[in-house]
Design a protein around this ligand. Structure first.
Ligand code: OSB
Ligand code: MG
Length: 383
């Protein structure tokens, strides 16, 4: 296919409603978008859904992603094309920068742009390219509020919009009462919690008090880089433990499955697959298929992605390997004051249906992008 240029933009997206997690409150996100152009005249766009700061996990911050793209990834793509010929496939792209350790978010942006191009060239939706078969599925919302009142207000709004599955952010001291309040108001809703690694060796025992609240799962209660301790506390909780922050690859997933088996708790392991946290859709698909084979349930997480990023994830949700509703929508309607793709995504009654549109199924909104984006660097390749 031969890549002739890669441009990296800095885009600022303003949240309509502030989002609070155990690591802080976000009101606007400034992050990279990658635009790839090929010799046959196609243009692909990939979002790098980083956060402003490394509070969620290492290298999830925008400065790290800009540095990786500029200093290591773009030069690696250039070197590959110079020394080994045109990059003809996603595998070749991954090989070109495979020597770079980490940088999963930055890598995922280039890969997403190339998937967009591959789908356009095939004239197919991404879900078809990825052998997806599920055209309609239940989607969820992630509620990040500072107070119980704020959480209830967002939940009320989400319920009014028809959503049937809520995830709520918790941390020590903001767990039992928030779960109780939600369960009282929404006794039948599919409910799960996400601690974003806010508990430690001792404080996690507070989670035993929400172990009888009919939760789908407890997401990443312990340290962001831990798998082992999570597998050990799974022995003492009836609610499944879900890994988010500490899974970067198929290899990490295999390690988790091994540990949960050793603790006789495999039916209580769930994996949140965030494609950008595992370097892109190629690895994400491998993880989904492996988990399916092991009987481990999976779902698709989000990073407060733009509608463009969310549309990639929604296409991924078509795989029959994905079991549970994903974080695809905002409890307040739309996440951003101005987004970069049209038409606006919607899920009547909390169910999203995929159409037959090429690639993501949305149109990238270049006018809106021009208003929100600034070109930071660009690499052209001899082709
Ligand atoms: O842990 O899932 C998380 C947002 C930013 C960083 C981490 C997380 C989240 C979310 C948002 O929960 C989910 C979404 O994008 O809809
Ligand atoms: Mg999470």
């Amino acid at each position: 296919m031969s890549i002739c240029s890669i441009s990296v933009y800095r885009v600022t997206l303003s949240l309509r409603v502030a989002f609070t997690t155990s690591f802080g409150t976000t009101t606007a996100l400034t992050r990279p978008f990658v635009v790839v152009r090929t010799a046959d005249g196609l243009t692909g766009v990939g979002e790098v859904p980083t956060l402003n700061e490394p509070g969620y996990k290492a290298e999830c911050d925008s400065p790290a992603a800009f540095t990786s793209l500029k200093e290591f990834l773009l030069p690696s793509v250039a070197a590959h094309q110079r020394d080994r010929g045109p990059i003809e496939s996603i595998d070749a792209l991954r090989q070109s920068y495979g020597w770079v350790k980490g940088a999963v978010f930055a890598k995922s942006g280039i890969e997403a742009a190339l998937w967009d191009i591959e789908a356009q060239r095939a004239g197919k939706p991404l879900w078809q390219l990825w052998d997806g078969s599920r055209r309609s599925f239940t989607v969820g919302v992630s509620i990040g509020g500072k107070t119980v009142e704020q959480v209830l207000e967002l939940a009320e709004n989400a319920a009014g919009l028809g959503y049937q599955r809520f995830k709520v952010k918790i941390w020590p001291g903001f767990d039992v009462q928030v779960v109780r309040a939600l369960r009282e108001r929404f006794p039948d809703i599919m409910l799960q919690v996400d601690a974003n690694s806010a508990y430690d060796h001792t404080s996690w025992t507070a989670l035993k008090e929400i172990d009888q609240s009919d939760l789908l799962l407890i997401e990443q209660p312990l340290f962001d880089d831990d798998i082992v301790l999570h597998s050990e506390i799974s022995r003492e909780l009836q609610t499944p433990v879900c890994l988010d922050e500490s899974i970067h690859s198929l290899r990490d997933t295999e390690a988790a499955v091994g540990l949960w088996k050793r603790n006789d708790a495999l039916s209580r392991l769930i994996i949140n697959i965030k494609p950008p946290r595992v370097s892109g859709f190629s690895e994400a698909i491998a993880i989904a298929r492996y988990c399916q084979g092991e009987g481990v349930r999976t779902w698709i997480g989000g990073m407060l992605d733009s509608a463009w990023g969310k549309a990639f994830n929604l296409n991924f949700n078509a795989l029959d390997a994905i079991d549970l509703p994903g974080d695809h929508f905002s409890p307040s309607g739309a996440y951003f004051a101005q987004d970069v793709a049209t038409p606006a995504l919607s899920a009547p009654d909390g169910v999203f249906s995929l159409g037959d549109g090429v690639s993501t199924g949305l149109q990238f909104d270049w006018d809106a992008f021009d208003d929100l984006a600034e070109l930071v660097f660009e690499q052209s390749f001899d082709v």
